[in-house]
Design a protein around this ligand. Structure first.
Ligand SMILES: *Cc1c(COP(=O)(O)O)cnc(C)c1O
Length: 364
């Protein structure tokens, strides 16, 4: 691969961010959320580093993601956050000893039909107010009564998810935690007491949500869940440094048009660099005109429209020749959080967008 593009993944930053989780939630075990290919960072690169750094388990979104992780032989429990998704999955998941999160009546029926005599480890998801997944608290008695018929099934604990942990001062967090605490009080004896509520926002700002397992995702990658504050500002280190290079330069004279749609007209003599990166790599086309980008260590701006494989930058005030290194986002360049805010989205989405054709490389 000689196209000058790489997403560097920093092992040092990953280890640092795990240490921050430990420090913030010293009494909890860490279930690292590595779904969606480790939020676009490449699970096969990140998970071994996370395991070595001491995370206690992994969380994924599907049986397929669990299988990818299992193939790495990291010897940590793997939890399928929303699974099983179909009756056929139950036996495969049980054979691998994946931890399953049961949130719906029909999943119970699948377990009863396909795994009545099989050892299983489960979390029972309770809806504490987000109203996405989970049993309503008043349904839990019936659920636990059903589970009790199967001595080979072990309920590790209750699980729930915070809807507003990105705004930690919000009273809604307290309300969810209170509903969770009430459910814990009722059903602690029917479980192994391994309850889990906190995601990154909870780990960082809501100690009363920590319980036995915390489930950080975003913060492991050095990204901040809080609007207006980047990961670096809250003591995290960005894991991603998405890089490319200038592959052509040209001089424009006043009145020259640039790029698709000829949306930008040069007002003066200016110098333009063409960077090998585009929306086909996952660099959002809507970032476009004016977005910050770093060229040869200097702050620059995008000019005109982002194409599929290329974008243009203003080099008029930047000392950079052909082959100059470019940081599209992350360490050494514009923070993912800043670009996400500019785009009207969240850092989660931006890092997940980086396409498979972008080679990821682990750096020390
Ligand atoms: C993705 C996810 C997490 C991790 O959330 P972050 O905000 O990335 O820390 C935790 N729990 C569940 C159920 C999730 O789906």
């Amino acid at each position: 691969m000689t196209r000058p593009m790489v997403a560097e993944i920093s092992a040092t930053a990953l280890r640092h961010n795990v240490a921050v989780v430990r420090q913030r939630a010293p009494h909890a075990r860490i279930m690292a959320a590595v779904k969606a290919n480790a939020y676009g960072h490449d699970v096969t690169l990140c998970a071994p580093v996370l395991a070595e750094a001491g995370v206690d388990a992994f969380a994924v979104a599907s049986l397929e993601e669990a299988e990818t992780l299992h193939a790495l032989r990291l010897e940590r429990p793997i939890c399928i956050l929303g699974g099983p998704f179909a009756a056929e999955e139950v036996r495969n998941a049980a054979a691998r000893d994946y931890l399953l999160v049961i949130h719906e009546q029909r999943q119970l029926r699948w377990l009863e039909t396909h795994a009545a005599d099989v050892a299983l480890r489960l979390f029972v998801k309770v809806d504490t107010g987000m109203h996405r997944l989970g049993f309503a608290p008043d349904r839990l008695s019936a659920v636990f009564a059903a589970l009790r018929h199967y001595p080979r099934w072990r309920v590790l604990g209750l699980m729930s998810h915070l809807a507003r942990s990105d705004t930690p001062d919000d009273l809604f967090n307290r309300q969810q935690a209170d509903v969770f605490a009430e459910a814990m009080a009722c059903f602690d004896g029917s479980t192994a007491g391994q309850h889990s509520l906190a995601n990154s926002g909870g780990v960082l700002a809501l100690p009363f949500t920590h319980h036995r397992w915390v489930r950080p995702g975003l913060m492991l990658y050095g990204l901040s869940p809080f609007a207006g504050r980047s990961g670096s500002e809250i003591g995290l280190q960005p894991v991603l440094s998405w890089r490319s290079a200038v592959v052509a330069t040209r001089n424009l004279t006043p009145g020259d048009w640039l790029g698709y749609g000829a949306t930008w007209q040069s007002p003066a003599h200016c110098r333009v660099g063409v960077v090998a990166a585009g929306y086909g790599d996952g660099y959002p086309r809507h970032l476009g005109m004016g977005a910050p980008i770093t060229v040869a260590g200097q702050a620059a701006r995008i000019l005109g429209r982002v194409s599929m494989d290329m974008l243009s930058v203003d080099l008029t005030e930047v000392q950079a020749e052909i082959d100059a290194p470019v940081v599209l986002m992350g360490a050494g360049g514009a923070a993912v959080e800043v670009l996400a805010a500019r785009l009207g989205t969240i850092p989660y989405e931006l890092s997940c967008r980086i396409q498979a054709r972008v080679p990821r490389r682990l750096v020390p």
